[in-house]
Design a protein around this ligand. Structure first.
Ligand SMILES: Cc1cc2nc3c(=O)[nH]c(=O)nc-3n(C[C@H](O)[C@H](O)[C@H](O)COP(=O)(O)O)c2cc1C
Length: 177
């Protein structure tokens, strides 16, 4: 069994995917990990669109090539798009907080679970932060007002080298009291 911290180190943003296809069942496992994510009041304010049809994958990749960024997306073999859904909070909490108060954090957690499951399977993944949301909605028959939690590109990495992580120093951001 892989140590969880080792998996965290193994997961890295992949920006070059090999020609090896991703199996449908691997994508099922990734969204299953997303589905199991914890969320505020267990509201689960998400749904998942898995893009695996090659022609649609190509078209979604084009939508992510914005501002001269993400030219490498053409090598992606699949996408998992996490949509923000209405959250029903517990009655006590909903008196004080907007229904979507926890949703952004919940969606970020779900995206992390998806990417970590991908890494556990030897797949590469990369969150995409800029994309033509309206065009993706049109392509995938998603209501145009729907907010996206994450767009995640997936495939087998063309290079398996694990880079060292560029992160703030532990002692600079952690305080034990
Ligand atoms: C919300 C979000 C949006 C991102 N958008 C992009 C993107 O559009 N293009 C890209 O190449 N990487 C993108 N990344 C990847 C980050 O650059 C990357 O996670 C960060 O540099 C840390 O590197 P690592 O994922 O390899 O550990 C995004 C990551 C997140 C979480």
């Amino acid at each position: 069994m892989i140590d969880f911290l080792d998996l965290c180190k193994q997961r890295q943003s992949c920006r070059s995917f090999s020609e090896q296809p991703v199996e449908h069942d691997q994508l099922v496992q990734c969204v299953e990990a997303g589905r199991l994510t914890h969320s505020g009041c267990n509201a689960q304010p998400w749904s998942f669109v898995v893009v695996e049809t090659p022609e649609l994958v190509k078209q979604v990749a084009e939508c992510g090539k914005q501002l001269n960024q993400n030219g490498w997306l053409g090598s992606a073999k699949a996408f998992i798009i996490i949509l923000e859904e209405h959250a029903v909070l517990s009655p006590v909490i909903s008196c004080f907080l907007d229904s979507q108060y926890y949703a952004k954090g919940d969606l970020g957690a779900a995206a992390a679970y998806v990417c970590l499951e991908a890494a556990a399977q030897g797949l590469g993944s990369c969150n995409i932060g800029i994309y033509d949301r309206k065009k993706i909605c049109e392509l995938l028959n998603i209501p145009v007002e729907k907010q996206f939690g994450a767009v995640i590109a997936l495939g087998y990495p063309s290079n398996n080298t694990i880079r060292s992580k560029k992160r703030k120093a532990f002692e600079d951001i952690v305080r034990f009291v």
